[in-house]
Design a protein around this ligand. Structure first.
Ligand SMILES: C[S@@+](CC[C@H](N)C(=O)[O-])C[C@H]1O[C@@H](n2cnc3c(N)ncnc32)[C@H](O)[C@@H]1O
Length: 278
């Protein structure tokens, strides 16, 4: 029988939809979520969808496997999950009193292949994205052209941005891959680049989704032993994971941010929603 530690090392099972159902599944999800997004844009901002939100030729295909689940090489899955994800972020901003159309500068930290950032294009802020994986940053530089400023960044701060440069910063599934003291250094860098009063949203793993291969007893023991944090996997951007309880997330961010909310999303990551203290 596998030891609890061995079981834990294999945590974070990918969401698998058996073929050929998976093909129909993602097609239906894409149609549904892009439809939801289109309606939302029209009602909230009076705009429609951009080509980068609908054209399969703008998706990275199997290149995604450098940074994420290969299921997203399917354009339907790429667009479906991106549209659903951005709807969460935009709604969270609005729920906390920020009209996304009022923002001047927005940064996605760890933008990958632009699965989410592209959905800001019709809204109109000045867009920035950066990533530590050169293939991802290079792809996005070409994809966005002069419509967003994309940078490759180093594994450790600082980023090449001014203090308080951004009205809004978000990172989807990035702090989930940064461990130990590096998470604190990157948190401090996020503080530096966002303006006082600005909203930051960082996604975080969800225990019911991403740790559900552990027994209740194993998870309790791990969290008791590690101050509410579980880190595991291999070094590198893909298979390197950090989970923290709500209390541990609050401990990480609250020196500089008001923690407005930690929102759960069905079968997905939590979002830690923060406002930079003055
Ligand atoms: C799971 S992918 C998510 C990509 C994108 N945010 C999305 O949702 O499609 C994680 C991304 O974070 C990037 N990343 C990890 N550590 C980083 C760091 N220290 N600085 C910038 N990017 C980082 C990886 O290169 C990768 O592109």
């Amino acid at each position: 029988m596998a030891s609890p530690q061995a079981v834990a090392e294999n945590a974070y099972p990918a969401r698998v939809h058996p073929l050929p159902d998976a093909i129909d599944h993602w097609r239906a999800e894409r149609e549904y979520w892009l439809g939801r997004l289109e309606t939302y844009y029209l009602e909230a901002f009076g705009v429609g969808l951009d080509r980068l939100q609908t054209d399969d030729a703008t998706t990275p295909g199997t290149r995604v496997s450098v940074i994420q689940d290969v299921a997203k090489s399917n354009p339907d899955a790429f667009f479906a999950t991106g549209a659903r994800g951005i709807l969460f972020y935009l709604q969270e901003l609005r729920d906390h009193g920020v009209d996304p159309a009022s923002l001047g500068t927005v940064l996605e930290f760890g933008l990958g292949f632009g699965r989410l950032l592209r959905h800001w294009l019709p809204i109109g802020p000045e867009l920035f994205g950066c990533d530590v994986t050169p293939e991802a940053a290079g792809y996005c530089e070409e994809l966005f052209g002069d419509r967003a400023r994309i940078h490759s960044n180093a594994e450790e701060p600082p980023l090449d941005y001014d203090d308080a440069q951004f009205d809004h910063v978000y990172a989807n599934s990035v702090f989930t891959h940064i461990r130990g003291e590096s998470a604190v250094r990157w948190a401090e860098e996020m503080v530096r680049i966002i303006r006082p009063g600005g909203i930051a949203i960082f996604s975080a793993l969800d225990d019911n989704v991403h740790l559900n291969n552990l027994s209740e007893r194993e998870l309790d023991q791990i969290l008791l032993d590690n101050d509410g944090v579980r880190e595991w996997g291999r070094p590198g951007v893909r298979e390197n994971y950090r989970y923290a309880t709500d209390a541990a997330e609050r401990r990480l961010w609250s020196p500089w941010f008001e923690v407005l909310e930690i929102r759960r999303h069905f079968k997905d990551q939590r979002h830690v929603i923060l406002r930079r203290k003055p």
